[in-house]
Ligand binder design. Structure first.
Ligand code: ADP
Ligand code: ADP
Length: 232
């Protein structure tokens, strides 16, 4: 589903080169929940941003569903991005819009009419368990509720891939559990491929099928969660 082939991302700061991602190759299967774990500065978020080309890799290919998206035209890439949803540590909601409007927003940007997206938005709000919050504003919600809005918004264009950037790091352990359970339900229901980065072992243990450990821009271990993290 997602193939990363020798991805490198080099930043230059005051003449100094930093290899934020240094020759990373990974294959993530359809329907898999794949975790990337590592300390702060390991290169996880740079790598994740390379997958949807928010960052252009300095070299290497990102192949989604057999298509090399690193060589796509701008227009083709816009289409590809519809297949890739993303959720964030700090939710990134629009504060001046209601829950309903936040979730509907990507479809309105696509030129759809509000009345035509209502069914889809309501279906997703129900799926993530917050249909009664449709008319609230983000500052009236708990962290867990905000992330449910973020998840519903990420799913509204029916993507094939969901990228999760430290999606539970701002949440307490109980809320984290409920969001992880929701992500698992989403994978099971929609056969979505989920790629998540985290610095929390609990997240990896709880829902990931396979995991890569990153350090200094490189993947230093890769395997099933059982292989890597079960005690001998
Ligand atoms: P992680 O997500 O694992 O904390 P990052 O991908 O954020 O790691 O960072 C990896 C390395 O790249 C760090 O050394 C960081 O300082 C550097 N870095 C990240 N983004 C930029 C940028 N936009 N410009 C320069 N250096 C960056
Ligand atoms: P099935 O696999 O049972 O045929 P569909 O793919 O037709 O299901 O989808 C059923 C419903 O779920 C539709 O309303 C569709 O828009 C929605 N849906 C499908 N995939 C996703 C997704 N990745 N994110 C959000 N909604 C989705």
């Amino acid at each position: 589903m997602i193939q990363l082939e020798q991805i490198r991302k080099t930043y230059t700061n005051n003449g100094q080169s930093i290899h934020a991602v240094d020759d990373v190759s990974l294959r993530i299967n359809e329907g898999e929940i794949y975790g990337i774990i590592g300390f702060s500065g390991a290169g996880k978020s740079t790598l994740l941003r390379c997958v949807n080309l928010i960052e252009r890799p300095t070299s290497g290919q990102v192949i989604v569903d057999g298509v090399d998206i690193t060589s796509q035209s701008k227009r083709a890439l816009r289409e590809t991005r519809r297949d890739i949803g993303m959720i964030f540590q700090h939710f990134n909601l629009l504060e001046s819009k209601t829950v309903f409007q936040n979730v509907a927003f990507p479809l309105l940007l696509d030129g759809k009419k509000a009345k035509d997206v209502k069914g889809k938005v309501e279906e997703l709000l129900a799926f993530v368990g917050i249909e009664e919050l449709a008319n609230k504003y983000p500052d009236e919600l708990s962290g867990g509720q905000k992330q449910r809005v973020g998840i519903a918004r990420a799913l509204v264009r029916s993507p094939k891939v969901l990228l999760c950037d430290e999606a539970t790091s701002a949440l307490d352990p109980q809320t984290t559990d409920s969001i992880l359970k929701l992500l698992k339900d989403i994978r099971d229901q929609y056969n979505l491929t989920i790629l998540m980065i985290t610095h929390e072992m609990q997240v990896i243990r709880e829902i990931c099928d396979r995991v890569a450990v990153m350090e200094n821009g490189k993947v230093i271990e890769e395997g099933t969660v059982f292989d890597l993290f079960s005690s001998p």
